[in-house]
Ligand binder design. Structure first.
Ligand SMILES: Cc1cc2nc3c(=O)[nH]c(=O)nc-3n(C[C@H](O)[C@H](O)[C@H](O)COP(=O)(O)OP(=O)(O)OC[C@H]3O[C@@H](n4cnc5c(N)ncnc54)[C@H](O)[C@@H]3O)c2cc1C
Length: 315
C-alpha cells in the first residue's frame, strides 16, 4: 500500500459510512468521508426500529454522526466520488469538484435508490404514507386500512406480512396477476381483500394519503400504502474497481465477505450498496465491522513497512 494523506477514503456519508468513519477516527486513522448528501430515507420525517433513536428525524441522526466523526479527527467533504481506480499501491478517487485524492484503502457506503411503481401521486407520498418496510413504518399504521400495491410475485407475501400489523389489508394487483390457488386461499383465510384493476392515481388530502383511484373509476379508501420498489445499488465505485458480483433474486450486488471485504484487496463495502435488506441498525453494525477489518489490514501493513524500514538484526 502507498503512503498517502489518507488511510481510508469512505465513499458515502449515510449511516453506514459515518459509522465506519467514527470507528476509524477512534482508531486514530486518517479518514476522509466523501458524501453526496442524499441518504435513502431522506423522504421520511421519522425513523423507527433503531434502538435509542426511535422516532428521531433521520437527518438529525446523520448530523449527530457527522459531528462525532469530526470530533475524532475525521474529515467530511460534501462532494461525490466520480471515479475510483486502483493504482500501483493503493487507490485514487476523483471528486465531483475535481479533486484527486489517494488512500491506502477504500470503503464504499454509497447506499441504494428505490425505483418506485410509476403511478401518478405515489412518489409524492414516498416516506409519508407510502412505505416499503413494515418494521420501519408498520407500527405507525397498525389496525388501519393498508393497501399493498403489487410489483411482482413477492408482493403476495408482503401482504401476508402486513397482516401482522392490521386486519384491514387490501391487495391491489395493479398490473400484476391476482393471486390464485393456495395463495388466494391463504388470503381468504386471513381476511386479505383483493381489489382488481389498474391504479390510475394515489389520492391525498391536504396532509395525508387518502386512497387510490382505479381505472374502472372506483375509489379505494386507504390510510397507508406499502409497495416493493426495485432497489438499485449506487455502486459506480465498485463497478469501476471491477469487484466480483453476485446475482440475487432482488438484483446484482457486489460480493462481500462477513467483514464487508470485496474480492479486491483494500476495498470494503457496507450498507445498502451491498445488502438490500440492511436497515439503519444493520448498516451501522456491518460498517463498524468493516472498519475494524480495515484497521486490522492497515496494522498488518504498518508492521510490514516497519520491518522493511528496520530489518531485524541478526543474532
Ligand atoms: C422512505 C424510507 C424510510 C426508511 N425508514 C427507515 C426506518 O425507519 N428505519 C430504518 O432502520 N431504516 C429505514 N429506511 C432504510 C434506510 O434508509 C437505509 O437502510 C439506510 O439509509 C442505509 O444506509 P446507507 O449508509 O447504506 O445508505 P444511505 O443512507 O442511502 O447513504 C448513502 C450516502 O452515500 C451518498 N453517495 C451516493 N453516491 C455517492 C458518491 N458517488 N460519492 C459520495 N457520496 C455518495 C448518498 O448521497 C448518501 O448520503 C428507510 C428507507 C426509506 C426509503
Amino acid at each position: 500500500m502507498m503512503r498517502t494523506e489518507w488511510d481510508v477514503i469512505v465513499i458515502g456519508g449515510g449511516s453506514a459510512g459515518l459509522s465506519a468513519a467514527l470507528m476509524l477516527g477512534r482508531a486514530r486513522r486518517k479518514v476522509l468521508v466523501l458524501d453526496a448528501g442524499a441518504p435513502r430515507n431522506r423522504f421520511a420525517a421519522h425513523m423507527h426500529g433503531s434502538l435509542g433513536h426511535d422516532g428521531r428525524p433521520p437527518l438529525e441522526l446523520l448530523a449527530v454522526g457527522r459531528s462525532e466523526v469530526e470530533a475524532h479527527g475525521g474529515v467530511i467533504w460534501n462532494t461525490a466520488a466520480v471515479t475510483t481506480r486502483r493504482e500501483d499501491r493503493g487507490f485514487a478517487v476523483e471528486t465531483a469538484d475535481t479533486r484527486i485524492i489517494q488512500a491506502r484503502t477504500v470503503l464504499v457506503a454509497t447506499g441504494a435508490n428505490d425505483e418506485l411503481p410509476n403511478i401518478d401521486g405515489l412518489a409524492q407520498r414516498w416516506g409519508n404514507g407510502v412505505a416499503a418496510c413494515p418494521y420501519c413504518d408498520g407500527y405507525e399504521v397498525r389496525d388501519r386500512r393498508i393497501g399493498i400495491v403489487a410489483t411482482g410475485p413477492d408482493s403476495v407475501f408482503q401482504a401476508q406480512l402486513l397482516r401482522q400489523w392490521s386486519d384491514q389489508i387490501i391487495y391491489l394487483p395493479h398490473t400484476t396477476d391476482a393471486p390464485t390457488g393456495e395463495e388466494r386461499a391463504a388470503f381468504d383465510a386471513r381476511g386479505i381483500r383483493i381489489e382488481n384493476g389498474q391504479i390510475t392515481r394515489v389520492l391525498s388530502g391536504s396532509q395525508q394519503l387518502s386512497g387510490v383511484e382505479l381505472d374502472d373509476g372506483r375509489t379505494i379508501e386507504l390510510d397507508a400504502i406499502f409497495t416493493a420498489p426495485r432497489l438499485i445499488p449506487q455502486d459506480a465505485a465498485l463497478r469501476q474497481l471491477e469487484v466480483e458480483r453476485t446475482d440475487h433474486p432482488w438484483g446484482s450486488f457486489a460480493t462481500v465477505d462477513p467483514s464487508g471485504k470485496t474480492s479486491l484487496d483494500g476495498v470494503w463495502a457496507a450498507g445498502n450498496v451491498v445488502n438490500a435488506m440492511a436497515n439503519i441498525p444493520v448498516s451501522i453494525g456491518t460498517a463498524a465491522l468493516a472498519a475494524g477489518a480495515i484497521n486490522h489490514a492497515l496494522v498488518l501493513d504498518d508492521i510490514r513497512v516497519a520491518l522493511s524500514n528496520n530489518p531485524v538484526a541478526e543474532a
